[in-house]
Ligand binder design. Structure first.
Ligand code: CP
Ligand code: NVA
Length: 323
């Protein structure tokens, strides 16, 4: 335990990267690096702490890494899926929050409406972590930039080219790159660009960090100058009905070997996963030498362990008990 410093983060909850001061991102990364290095000895960091995992959408990585992360650090997790937890349907969100804070030390929620995550957080005194909403995927983007920092030493001044849908992953990447001084170009078909409020927030953060934020539509030669090319599914969870229509719209936005060949020598490929080979990325890129998607998937564990260690140990946000 003495290997691990646990500074207090600025906020109780982790709902959007936009809310995080840069110092907090650095604290998360330093903690993640230590937890990764001392994985087999730092096993008591969250002894006796419990986490609620409330998932209204499917998950492999997020569910596993939060659950295993708690177990790695001596704690435990309880999982509720959409059959047990329909936020605000069987029971008001504020009542769910008021129940959970009596039993557990933190909540990870994966849901549709971003507002539901905020509401849950507003009504309890324990930390709420956004495990993905329709608008944001903060733990993903924080991990992506941690992985790139591991590779390069720093991300400042490097360029990410995100090709595809202006979705939750893209939004959190805009926030994270802009904060950390990494240039980002988002290339989406017309009508599928990222949310303009998020783009404005990123542009504002970029003014401070020196990053450049570009939103473009033309995929031709877009990867030129990229240090990393990123893509995500064309139809996110909840958009299954649009899968065919989107496949036609996004046809020219596939990340293939020709696109990767235009990026800088040694450029990396990232995808948050799950990936659809033959759709947003070819099998050759996904399984080829540029791809670091599975190193990144591993890092979901280390980065989220850091988030848990920092938030669930904070004496300001402890489980409520009536004496
Ligand atoms: N990338 C990601 O969040 O994966 P899951 O949807 O499997 O959790
Ligand atoms: N944009 C995707 C990310 C999955 C991790 C979705 O929301 O389905």
């Amino acid at each position: 335990m003495n290997k691990l410093k646990l500074p207090h983060l600025a906020h109780k909850d982790l709902i959007s990267v936009h809310d995080l001061p840069i110092g907090d991102i650095q604290s998360i990364y330093e903690t993640a690096a230590t937890l990764k290095k001392h994985r087999d000895t730092l096993t008591e960091v969250l002894r006796h702490r419990k986490l609620a995992l409330i998932f209204e959408k499917d998950s492999l990585r997020t569910r596993f890494t939060f659950d295993i992360g708690m177990q790695d650090m001596g704690g435990g997790a309880v999982f509720l899926d959409h059959r047990d937890a329909r936020l605000g349907q069987r029971e008001a969100i504020k009542d769910i929050a008021r129940n959970l804070e009596r039993w557990v030390h933190g909540i990870v929620v994966r849901t549709f409406k971003h507002r539901a995550v905020q509401e849950l957080a507003e009504h309890c005194d324990i930390p709420v972590i956004n495990g993905l909403s329709d608008l944001m995927h903060p733990c993903q983007a924080l991990t992506d930039l941690f992985t790139l920092t591991e590779r390069w030493g720093a991300v400042k001044g490097r360029r990410m080219v995100y090709v595809g849908d202006g979705n939750n992953t893209c939004h959190s990447l805009l926030h994270a790159t802009a904060k950390l001084g990494m240039h980002i170009t988002v290339c989406s078909p017309e009508g599928y660009e990222p949310n303009s409020k998020v783009v404005n927030e990123a542009m504002l953060a970029a003014q401070e960090s020196g990053a450049e934020v570009r939103i473009v539509n033309d995929p031709k030669h877009v990867a030129r100058g990229a240090d990393v090319v990123y893509t995500d599914v064309w139809a996110s969870m909840g958009q299954e009905d649009e899968t065919e229509e989107r496949a036609a719209v996004f046809l020219d936005y596939q990340v293939d070997e020709a696109m990767m060949a235009e990026a800088r020598p040694g450029a990396l490929f990232l995808h948050c996963l799950p990936a659809h080979r033959g759709a947003e990325v070819t099998a050759a890129v996904m399984d080829g030498p540029h791809s670091i998607v599975f190193d990144n998937a591993e890092n979901r564990l280390h980065v989220q362990k850091a988030i848990l260690a920092l938030l669930l140990n904070d004496p300001r946000y402890q489980r409520k008990t009536k004496d």
